[in-house]
Design a protein around this ligand. Structure first.
Ligand code: PHE
Length: 353
């Protein structure tokens, strides 16, 4: 382009440029728009750069004057840019801080794994189901219980050493944390007339703590009362239970034992599930203390004195009862060596079930 007065034209251009960048910067609401506007002035192909190219045509004295104006404009642009950029950043931060801290419209995350029942709950339900399927009904009893129902009516004489067998947490004289679920036998027999077939699950408490004992643990109690019930029915029911929980043909052994509320009393062992070989033999292992047998419950024929204490005619009725340790079944099933692991609720353990 040929011109009469190139210096004046450049100065006009500078003035226009000054107006337009100020407007563009003020209008820029985001950093990106601002940077684009900045590039349109100062970039390689920016308006100011194009103007500068034309300075070559000026005489030296004019070039100096115009050059100063150009520099002045440049620093104005830079200063305005920095100021506007800071303002945009401040506004963005402000908006961030004032915004709702979460987005309700986001789709749900699937990262959190689904929970599941605690292994003790699974085992308790399995035990209850095994007896429910045999026709037992489920009952509940209190964890804070009268001495009368936890001990006396079950045939524990007052101050009998057998009460030491179940180191008791006393609430006050006559009231305690139940030491077993056998209190449910008394409550149910007081409330209902035979025939009775009842199971009950719940927490029990004893002053006892090591790797196989916890001061709080769980039992499933079961009992059956009717005319003509014999030890054979007890064996049948508990054998069926053992096979249901530990598999068909699980060997079951009844060993004489003492509980004040049964006569005869028996502890029940099953063939060790840990050292069992394919041919059915059991050479013994650490878990069964090299006997090939593992104790799983206490049982027996209900003592006539219990019937007398609950208003049931011992001449007419007989029955059996049993108590299963839920933790014991769970530890055997899942190969958990320390009972306390079941109550620590460490997700690293629980996630394995
Ligand atoms: N109540 C007994 C205990 O906790 C177990 C048991 C129940 C024994 C029923 C016999 C009959 O040790």
């Amino acid at each position: 382009m040929v011109s009469d007065n190139p210096a004046a034209e450049i100065e006009d251009g500078l003035a226009q440029l000054g107006d337009s960048f100020r407007q563009a910067f003020a209008a820029a609401a985001t950093e990106q728009v601002l940077r684009d506007a900045h590039a349109r002035v100062l970039g390689k192909k920016g308006d100011l750069t194009l103007l500068l190219r034309r300075m070559g045509a000026l005489p030296a004295d004019q070039r100096k004057v115009v050059g100063e104006k150009v520099n002045q404009l440049k620093s104005e642009v830079e200063a305005a840019f920095a100021e506007r950029l800071a303002a945009i950043e401040r506004a963005a931060r402000e908006a961030d801080l004032n915004a709702v801290p979460y987005d309700l419209s986001l789709p749900g995350r699937t990262l959190a794994p689904r929970g599941h029942l605690h292994p003790l709950t699974v085992v308790r339900n399995d035990i209850l189901d095994a007896f429910r399927d045999l026709g037992f009904v489920v009952a509940h009893g209190p964890e804070v219980e009268l001495e009368e129902y936890n001990f006396t009516k079950l045939g524990f004489p007052p101050d009998h050493p057998a009460t030491d067998m179940q180191d008791t947490f006393w609430i006050r004289p006559g009231l305690l944390l139940r030491t077993h679920t056998s209190n449910v036998q008394i409550r149910e027999m007081l409330a209902h007339k035979p025939p009775l077939a009842v199971v009950s699950a719940g927490a029990v408490y004893r002053k006892d703590e090591d790797i196989t004992h916890s001061p709080m643990f769980h039992q499933v109690e079961g009992f059956l009362v009717d005319e003509g019930v014999t030890f054979a029915e007890l064996k049948g029911v508990l054998t069926s239970f053992a096979e249901r929980i530990y598999g068909p043909k699980t060997p079951v052994r009844f060993r004489p034992s003492y509980f004040p509320f049964v006569e005869p009393g028996a502890e029940v062992d099953i063939g060790c599930v840990f050292c069992k070989k394919a041919d059915g033999s059991r050479p013994g292992c650490r878990v069964c203390k090299f006997t090939g047998w593992i104790e799983i419950l206490g049982s027996g024929m209900i003592h006539p004195v219990v019937f007398e204490h609950t208003g049931i005619d011992p001449e007419r009725y007989t029955g059996f009862a049993f108590g299963v340790g839920v933790e014991r079944v769970a530890m055997l099933r899942y190969d958990i060596p320390d009972i306390r692991l079941l109550f620590e609720n460490d997700p690293r353990l629980l996630a394995q079930f």
